[in-house]
Design a protein around this ligand. Structure first.
Ligand SMILES: NC(=O)c1ccc[n+]([C@@H]2O[C@H](COP(=O)([O-])OP(=O)(O)OC[C@H]3O[C@@H](n4cnc5c(N)ncnc54)[C@H](O)[C@@H]3O)[C@@H](O)[C@H]2O)c1
Length: 271
C-alpha cells in the first residue's frame, strides 16, 4: 500500500478533509501539492506538513479557473516532474431555501464543486497519460494512477436548504463514473468518497450550534460525527494498489446514515 515518492495533488488542502488527506499521504512519504484558493490556510497547512517531516508544496489555485489549473499542473511538474494521484476535494455550499437561491449562489457552487473537478481531472489525466505513454516515469510502487473525488451523502439524499450543493454532488458522482469509463483504457482509476457529517471548519460553519451536532449524532447509527482522518484513510486506500480493481465507485463514510430507515424508527439511532 506504499505511496513513497508518489506525487499527490490535493485541492482544498488548506484545512479540513483536504488537509487530513495531504497529511496522511505525506506521512507515507508521498510528495504533496497543497492546492487551495486561500493562501493563508494553504501556506500554513504546508508548513505544518513540512514541520512534521513531510514534503509539501503550496500552490494557490482556484479550481474553477482553467488557467489556475494549468499553472498548478505546471508548478507540480516543475517541482516533482510527475503526478500520480489527484484528490478533488475543494467544494463550497450555499445553504438557502429554494426561493432564496440567487443565480450567483447556483453558479458559484457549480463552478467550484463540478466544473472544478472536471477541469482539474482533465488537465491532470492528460499529464498522467503522457507519463504512461512515456513509461520511464511509471510509478515505482503503489496503486498506479488514480483520481479520488470527495463527494457527499448529499449526492443521493439531502435537505431542502442544500439544493445547489446536493445537485453538484449528484453530478460529481456521475462525473466519477464517466471519468472512470473514459480513463480505464489508460489504466487510470477514478473513485469517490461520500462523507456524512465530518467535524471540519466547513461542517462547524454550516451546522451552527451544538444542537445540530446532537441531532446529527442521534440520527447516525454509529452515534457520532466522523473525523477528517477517517476520510483520508479511505482516499489513501482508493489510491493504493490494494484498490487496483476498483473504479467508478463511491464509498460512503457516514456512520451508517444512508442505510437507516427512519420511517420504522421512533427512538433514534440503532433501533
Ligand atoms: N465536512 C463535512 O461534513 C462534509 C460532508 C460531506 C461532504 N464533504 C465534502 O468534503 C470536502 C471537504 O470538506 P471540508 O468540510 O473539509 O471543507 P472546508 O470548507 O473545511 O474546506 C474546504 C477547503 O477548500 C478550499 N476551497 C474553497 N473553494 C476553493 C476553490 N475554488 N479552489 C480551491 N480551493 C477552494 C477552502 O479554502 C478550504 O481550505 C468537500 O468536497 C465537501 O463537500 C464534507
Amino acid at each position: 500500500m506504499a505511496h513513497s515518492d508518489r506525487v499527490v495533488i490535493v485541492t482544498g488542502a488548506g484545512r479540513g478533509i483536504g488537509l487530513a488527506c495531504a497529511r496522511h499521504f505525506a506521512r507515507h512519504n508521498a510528495r504533496v501539492i497543497v492546492a487551495d484558493v486561500d493562501e493563508e490556510t494553504g501556506r500554513s497547512a504546508c508548513e505544518d506538513i513540512t514541520a512534521n517531516g513531510g514534503e509539501a508544496l503550496f500552490v494557490r489555485a482556484d479550481v474553477g479557473e482553467r488557467l489556475h489549473i494549468h499553472n498548478m499542473v505546471a508548478a507540480t511538474l516543475e517541482a516533482y516532474g510527475r503526478i500520480d494521484v489527484l484528490i478533488n476535494n475543494a467544494a463550497i455550499r450555499a445553504n438557502q431555501d429554494f426561493f432564496s437561491i440567487t443565480d450567483d449562489d447556483w453558479d458559484q457552487v457549480m463552478r467550484v464543486n463540478l466544473r472544478g473537478p472536471f477541469l482539474t481531472s482533465q488537465a491532470v489525466a492528460k499529464q498522467m497519460i503522457t507519463q504512461i505513454e512515456g513509461d520511464e516515469t511509471a510509478p515505482s510502487e503503489g496503486g498506479g494512477y488514480s483520481i479520488v473525488n470527495i463527494s457527499s451523502v448529499d449526492a443521493i439524499m439531502t435537505r431542502a436548504d442544500q439544493i445547489p450543493f446536493a445537485v453538484s454532488k449528484g453530478g460529481l458522482n456521475q462525473l466519477t463514473k464517466v471519468l472512470a469509463l473514459s480513463l480505464a483504457p489508460h489504466g487510470i482509476r477514478v473513485n469517490a468518497i461520500g462523507p456524512g457529517s465530518i467535524m471540519t471548519e466547513g461542517f462547524r460553519g454550516e451546522s451552527g450550534e451544538a444542537e445540530r451536532r446532537k441531532t446529527v449524532a442521534a440520527r447516525t447509527p454509529l452515534g457520532r460525527i466522523g473525523s477528517p482522518d477517517e476520510v483520508a484513510g479511505i482516499a489513501y486506500f482508493l489510491a493504493s494498489d490494494e484498490a487496483g480493481y476498483i473504479t467508478g465507485q463511491c464509498i460512503y463514510a457516514d456512520g451508517g446514515r444512508l442505510i437507516q430507515d427512519y420511517s420504522a424508527n421512533k427512538k433514534g439511532r440503532g433501533e
